[in-house]
Design a protein around this ligand. Structure first.
Ligand SMILES: Cc1cc2nc3c(=O)[nH]c(=O)nc-3n(C[C@H](O)[C@H](O)[C@H](O)COP(=O)(O)O)c2cc1C
Length: 365
């Protein structure tokens, strides 16, 4: 059930599959006889030096994959010198995260229905020195994730016969849960003063998240938050223009890994037009990134950086902290090789080193 929670997506999972398939139509341009003996993957995001154009994006309920999963990811990100975005749906509190997090502290916000509580929340986030805030905007309503419904993946866990058999067949995982306790939405619980419960994870979120928050309300958020403000879940050129108009510093081109609107296009196919409308706004992208070559393609198409969702979660679920580190190591190595073979010595030199497959134009995908 935990694998399905991570791996699954909304509806028929068409968008999740398209996120992967679309990469086939972006081709990198190899370059030869260029001196690439000295090169670097370093770049800057929101004025911060980072080791690679890579961010570990926000994912909720990380404690279900590994005991204190959020802390494992935060420690690896700190050592690798890349940002980690703590989720509003984290299974550890901000105080615990404070001890594990490094210099690059980003936070993902789900806009709460209660503005008073939201203001209080923003103050707490700032007090823990998170300086980049990603407001997730593609979750006005929760996606229908059939695998979670089928598995009875609920909060708190319901010990159905099928789930007991599942746990018994995964003894290491069951032991972890026994040691660390069944994960709860700790950030929510701290804020609301009680455990958040519901029939599925998306139901829990729905009870608290505002479905009415709209473009005109972003001004309010802008006034409450002094740090960098990023809108996560934008896809179209109009979104990019509106984001600039409301004073956002950046955007994450994202379809939530196909977990929200099944039937939406892939993000990599949306990127060129989005980049053009975004002008000097920082543009990050996620959804479907699994290899360093995927990352190189996004950089070639103009993204400033790539956010990871499942790629690092698979590592976390397989082996905890070393698993996350190994996932990053593989991605970093693949990215370095890809840019070198494209004749690029820096992230900047990688720009434009792509062609779109002749058989399918990206916009016709
Ligand atoms: C298990 C899981 C939990 C997620 N939880 C959150 C969340 O709490 N907040 C959020 O903004 N996005 C969340 N996302 C979406 C990711 O931030 C990201 O947009 C998505 O995973 C990217 O697609 P990928 O997994 O194919 O890389 C979650 C994704 C997964 C797989």
């Amino acid at each position: 059930m935990v694998f399905d929670y991570i791996d699954g997506a909304a509806g028929e999972e068409l968008t999740a599959r398209r996120n992967r398939a679309a990469f086939q139509h972006v081709l990198l341009k190899p370059e030869v006889l260029v001196d690439v003996s000295t090169r670097s993957s370093r770049t800057r995001l929101f004025g911060q030096d980072v080791a690679m154009p890579l961010v570990i994006g926000p994912t909720g309920l990380n404690g279900a994959a590994w005991g204190h999963g959020d802390l494992c990811i935060a420690r690896v990100a700190a050592r690798a010198n890349i940002p980690f975005v703590m989720s509003t749906a984290a299974t550890v509190g901000m105080r615990e995260m404070d001890a594990a997090a490094g210099r690059l502290r980003w936070f993902q916000l789900y806009m709460l229905k209660d503005r008073g509580l939201a203001t209080e929340f923003l103050k707490q986030i700032a007090s823990y020195r998170f300086d980049v805030l990603q407001l997730t905007v593609d979750t006005a309503v929760g996606g229908r994730r059939n695998r979670d419904i089928r598995n009875g993946f609920t909060l708190p866990f319901r010990w159905t016969m099928a789930n007991l058999v599942d746990a018994a067949r995964h003894a290491r995982w069951a032991l972890q849960m026994a040691r660390h306790g069944v994960p709860t939405l700790k950030v929510f619980a701290d804020l609301l003063g009680g455990a958040a419960q519901g029939s599925t994870i998306s139901d829990v979120m729905q009870q608290q998240i505002s479905a009415s928050f709209s473009w005109s309300d972003i001004q309010w958020l802008r006034e409450q938050w002094d740090g960098k403000l990023v809108l996560k879940g934008l896809t179209t050129p109009t979104h990019a223009r509106l984001a600039r108009e409301v004073g956002a510093d950046g955007a994450v081109v994202s379809n939530h890994g196909g977990r929200q609107l099944d039937g939406a296009g892939s993000t990599i196919e949306m990127l060129p037009a989005f980049r053009e409308s975004a002008h000097d706004m920082t543009v990050l992208i996620d959804s479907g990134f699994r290899t360093g070559v995927d990352i190189a393609k996004a950089i070639a198409l103009g993204a400033d950086g790539v956010q990871l969702g499942r790629a690092t979660l698979y590592g976390l679920a397989a082996k905890g902290e070393p698993g996350v580190a190994r996932a990053l190591e593989i991605l970093g190595h693949e990215f370095d090789l890809a840019i070198a073979l494209c004749g690029a010595r820096t992230v900047e030199e990688m720009r434009g080193r792509y062609t779109i497959s002749e058989s399918r134009h990206l916009s016709e995908l």
